[in-house]
Write a protein that binds this ligand. Structure first.
Ligand code: AHR
Length: 513
């Protein structure tokens, strides 16, 4: 009798821990009031490590397809996921960058030391015109971060005249001489970067005055209305947001930024990008999901001064930051990218989508060879990371209408702690097609989602999935397709309901046509 009871007890525990859980999700398919800004899907390319030099901009004799020295396989990959904008030249580097160093004949450009990132020599061969060429090839908007830390308002004013003035002035003529007759019409404009830290160690009171001073000289040349973005808070520095929102007239800024990085352990010991335990997997996901709390709190402060939500919260740096790959220069921030990182990207993008009333811009750090990259390169070789595929799956949300999804998620428990196992977002595009992106963070359990779409009808259901056997799985130059997209068919339609069975550690896109 005792033995049978014990067996039943063990069987129950086994069943409880591995039984398929079910989530009921209501998607308001008729919603019509919030647009998911395409700028949430923005990217970031700093003059740091091998992002620009050796990533986008390569040696003229490297044997890859190129336009000038811009690497075209990288361009094509970014084109495919329709990136809306690319932020440059930093990051911290922006506040040490003087734009006039990077224009004109390359052999005459000054060589500077990149004191922020590894004290390396920078020949300035990649400057303003090269960056604008890169954006043109990708088909994305440029987002330039101006220098407040070591630059002057005059320098920023001149840069904009060089870029955007259509008339006859010495600076506009200089642009023509450098090969670009028409103005570039750059509108996304950062006024400094991390001005609380590497951008000048300012207080929010000092920075908000500096913002007003610099922004005053950032002119709207005919044909271009600037979207000025104030340098915002470091994670949970709510006072920064409060002071800036109070001191800067709302009409002066299009957005205010916030930077938040997912960290597994501590800033000193961030942990490996490839060799981590389930405990570290869990901690990283928990750190990633914390961004929702930050968005809620910064938004509440912004609501006090801007109840009509005119000013965007621009999360223009985000992603997981791990230790650099062993054997690489630690100042170059080169890290591998695993299935875990793809789950982080997918969950973060779901959070941004669901907060699109305030979050109207975000830029993953960074596009190539730095931090949570989309693409890794090594001389001629190139590999797409698991994170890249998330952007491929989520591109349909750009400029689509948010369809709020309500549900209670089961927990993913680790030790005595827990996080929601499921997160999701949904949208309807201009053709009426619905896209639902679903993430299951639980590393062991399949979870079933019963979705009801309040009376919507559709003819065709399609699915795509990103998953792999282990959360540490990565794509390498030797094994580039370990983590990649696959067709997904584990769903069942019943009227306006759809049951989707989400495998452990997966990102799924469901398309309803
Ligand atoms: O993305 C790397 C660095 O992180 C950026 O230069 C800086 O803005 C942030 O601290």
């Amino acid at each position: 009798m005792k033995k049978i009871t014990a067996t039943i007890f063990i069987a129950c525990i086994f069943y409880a821990s591995f039984a398929q859980q079910t989530v009921n999700m209501q998607i308001n398919s008729k919603a019509n009031n919030q647009k998911i800004s395409k700028y949430i899907y923005g990217h970031f390319a700093e003059d740091l490590g091998r992002c620009i030099y050796g990533g986008f901009w390569v040696d003229s004799n490297l044997n890859v397809p190129k336009n000038d020295r811009i690497r075209l396989d990288v361009v094509d990959a970014l084109k495919k996921i329709q990136i809306p904008d690319l932020r440059w030249p930093g990051g911290c580097f922006a506040d040490q960058y003087h734009w006039s160093d990077g224009i004109g004949e390359r052999s005459k450009r000054p060589v500077r030391v990149n004191t922020t990132w590894g004290m390396v020599e920078d020949d300035n061969s990649f400057g303003t015109d090269e960056f604008l060429k890169l954006c043109d090839l990708i088909g994305c908007e440029p987002y330039i971060a101006g220098n407040v830390g070591t630059g002057t308002p005059k320098e920023m004013e001149d840069w904009l005249e060089y870029l955007n003035y259509n008339g006859k002035s010495t600076l506009a003529d200089m642009r023509r001489k450098n090969g670009h007759d028409a103005p570039y019409n750059v509108s996304l404009w950062g006024v400094g970067n991390e001005s609380w830290g590497c951008g000048g160690s300012m207080t929010p009171e000092f920075y908000s005055n500096q913002f007003k001073r610099y922004a005053e000289f950032c002119k709207n040349y005919p044909g271009t209305s600037l979207k000025k973005i104030a340098s915002g808070s470091n994670g949970d520095d709510y006072n920064w947001t409060d002071v800036c929102m109070k001191n800067i007239p709302l009409w002066m800024m299009w957005g205010i930024s916030m930077h938040y990085y997912t960290i597994t352990n501590t800033w000193q010991h961030k942990g490996s990008a490839t060799g981590f335990t389930e405990e570290e997997y869990f901690k990283a996901l928990k750190s990633c999901l914390h961004i929702e709390d930050l968005i809620n709190k910064h938004s509440a402060i912004m609501d006090k001064y801007d109840p009509q939500k005119k000013v965007a919260l621009a999360v223009d740096e985000w992603g997981i930051w791990t230790d650099a790959e062993p054997g690489t220069n630690p100042a170059f921030l080169y890290q591998q990218n695993s299935l875990r990182d793809a789950l982080i990207a997918a969950s973060t993008l779901n959070i941004f989508n669901n907060h699109c009333d305030r979050v109207r811009m975000a830029n993953l750090a960074q596009a190539v060879n730095v931090l949570q990259s989309l693409i890794l390169t090594d001389k001629e070789k190139m590999v797409l990371t698991p994170t890249y595929y998330v952007f491929d799956l989520y591109k349909y949300h750009q400029n689509a209408i948010l369809l709020p999804a309500n549900f209670y998620s089961p927990d993913y428990n680790f030790g005595s702690d827990s996080i929601p196992a499921i997160n999701a977002s949904a949208s309807r595009d201009s053709n009426g097609i619905i896209h639902i992106t679903l993430v299951n963070l639980d590393p062991k359990n399949k979870i079933s989602v019963n979705t009801s779409l309040n009376g919507s009808s559709w003819k065709q259901t399609e699915g795509q999935i990103l998953t792999s056997k282990n959360f540490t799985d990565i794509n390498t130059f030797d094994d580039p397709n370990k983590v990649k997209l696959a067709a997904f068919t584990d769903f069942k339609k019943n009227g306006d309901e759809l049951t989707v069975n989400l495998p452990p550690m997966s990102v799924t896109l469901i398309t309803l046509k």
